[in-house]
Design a protein around this ligand. Structure first.
Ligand SMILES: Nc1ncnc2c1ncn2[C@@H]1O[C@H](COP(=O)(O)OP(=O)(O)OP(=O)(O)O)[C@@H](O)[C@H]1O
Length: 497
């Protein structure tokens, strides 16, 4: 399949255009609201009352079935003539109404064109399948072109931003927003992929870009609340463009910094994304990514800000959803990496209270493969073996804490039963504290009451809540440390200067 046909629709022949127009002109074409379909194409047969009068009604014919309906005139939306079918910018529509916008997006989507402009904005629809529209060839097609010269594409937005940095000497921002599963994360990756590719090419070209670049570009994605995803996007095409593996063709031509920027993503996703009812790879945090360019157009560094990590997911989540990917990946991959012994992990997710009620298998997601991609990414970004151990220590610790069974009734002092001793020992080994100290802190801590320190006897519920809070706290701190560590790798003061 020629990917460009997915992007730009071929021009219809003039005779067919004229015939369609003539047929259109014969009737008063309208969009008819419909409970099942949203809007149906049809025409007005007759009308009572004037336009603008809320009492006016119309007798309409549904084009597909010939059915005649009587409905209020105001509920009908005028239809655009056929030459507007599938326009690239919905701002060009003569009749700008909801029905026409949706029809235009639908016409394009069915033809495989997921991107459409709306004035200054780009609308992206999730194709739920891999489209060959992000290849190096398509990147080259958008390079140095103005928006009008190509079909709507996220690459055109990235290209425009890059050009503007040079022309206006101002930092540029791309805001990517939408509901959960809309494709924010995927499009963010495409922006970074494009910038990494063109900046690498600029840096290596002797002439350099025609304009001098001095500023930064930032991309932010807003978190959204929790639709199913068809399959992991990491398909063949993804590998071809360099997201599957650091050695994949495409990324191999990139410089180390560009590869590190791209590889930061699998790390962030492992620790910050989870399977939800709406998305198998839902980002459970917001991120703001800054990319700095040097005067010759090369990438000079990057920085990631994160916010609103849904840390409560480590202990509880809605039915049918999973915890953060890393827990499942670690349990599948720890043996491979000689980590199970050091982290005292045994068995799969079914052995851990925090995970056993979650989905153990998700269609299209292979936790072991994802684990290997994560390990590769950590290596590319530069996490040392010790740093990697520290990173995985926290999820392991959380899993052990989840298995700690306390006894006691609602009002009585909780205590640690003998059978929980081995779990407590594992937790304390990983925490680096004595079991005695840990048990005292969890079950009967010293708390301040006015000027005095008193021993508080915690009930089972109180102690469990406290342990849950500890897990959330540790996970968030560790996530913050991980992003800081990535930022250290992406910070190149010498390149920026
Ligand atoms: N352009 C695309 N091409 C192919 N598949 C896509 C594309 N955009 C999204 N998808 C598919 O849809 C899934 C969900 O997309 P994505 O994770 O980007 O959504 P999101 O808006 O970031 O969601 P959330 O807010 O839950 O994090 C992806 O994992 C991928 O399978």
């Amino acid at each position: 399949m020629d990917p460009t046909s997915l992007l730009r629709r071929s021009k219809k022949d003039a005779a067919a255009d004229a015939a369609a127009q003539a047929e259109f002109n014969e009737k008063r074409r309208v969009w008819i609201p419909d409970d099942a379909e949203g809007f149906l194409p049809g025409w007005i047969k007759s009308q009572t009352g004037e336009e603008g009068d809320p009492q006016s009604t119309a007798e309409v014919v549904v084009a597909s079935s010939g059915e005649v309906r009587r409905i209020p005139l105001y509920s009908l939306s005028p239809m655009n003539p056929p030459q507007f079918d599938g326009v690239e910018d919905i701002a060009d529509l003569t009749h700008l109404n909801e029905a026409s916008v949706i029809n235009n997006l639908k016409t394009r989507y069915v033809a495989g064109s997921i991107y459409t402009y709306s004035g200054l904005f780009l609308i992206s629809l999730n194709p739920y399948r891999t489209l060959p529209i992000y290849t190096p060839r398509i990147i080259a097609q958008y390079r140095t072109k103005r928006r009008e010269e190509n079909a709507p594409h996220i690459f055109a937005v990235a290209e425009r931003a890059w050009q503007q940095i040079g022309e206006e000497r101002e930092s540029q921002s791309i805001l990517i927003t939408g509901e959960s599963g809309a494709g924010k994360t995927e499009n963010t990756k495409k922006v970074i992929q494009y910038l990494a590719a063109i900046a690498s090419a600029s840096a290596s070209s002797e002439a350099g870009p025609s304009n001098s670049l001095t500023r930064s570009q930032s991309i932010s994605t807003a978190p959204a609340t929790g639709l199913p995803r068809s399959s992991s996007f990491k398909g063949k095409e993804a590998e071809e463009i360099g997201f599957g593996t650091p050695l994949a063709s495409g990324s191999s031509e990139l410089g180390l910094l560009e590869q590190q920027i791209l590889q930061a993503n699998p790390i962030l996703e492992a620790f910050g994304n989870a399977q939800t009812m709406r998305n198998n790879n839902s980002s459970r945090f917001g991120k703001f990514i800054r990319i700095f360019f040097s005067p010759n157009g090369a990438i000079a560094g990057a920085n990631i800000d994160w916010y609103l990590l849904e840390k409560s997911r480590v202990t509880a989540r809605a039915e049918g959803e999973r915890s953060f990917h890393v827990f499942y990946q670690l349990l599948r991959g720890a043996k491979d990496a000689n980590l199970s012994e050091r982290l005292l992990l045994e068995g799969g997710p079914e052995k851990y209270n925090f995970l056993k009620k979650t989905r153990l298998q998700v269609d299209g997601v292979d936790d072991l493969t994802e684990w290997r991609l994560l390990k590769d990414a950590l290596g590319v970004v530069g996490f040392t073996a010790d740093e990697q151990f520290e990173l995985f220590r926290i999820p392991a610790l959380i899993l052990h804490i989840g298995n700690l069974v306390l006894t006691g009734s609602a009002s009585d002092q909780a205590y640690l039963p003998r059978e929980s001793q081995p779990v407590a020992e594992r937790i304390c080994h990983l925490l680096g504290v004595s079991v005695q100290e840990f048990t005292k802190t969890v079950l009967s801590p010293k708390v301040r009451a006015g000027r005095e320190w008193v021993t508080q006897a915690r009930s089972k519920k109180q102690a469990e809540d406290e342990l849950g809070a500890l897990c959330k706290f540790m996970y968030e701190k560790s996530f913050g440390w991980m992003v800081d560590r990535i930022n250290t790798a992406l910070d190149r003061p010498s390149a920026k200067s």
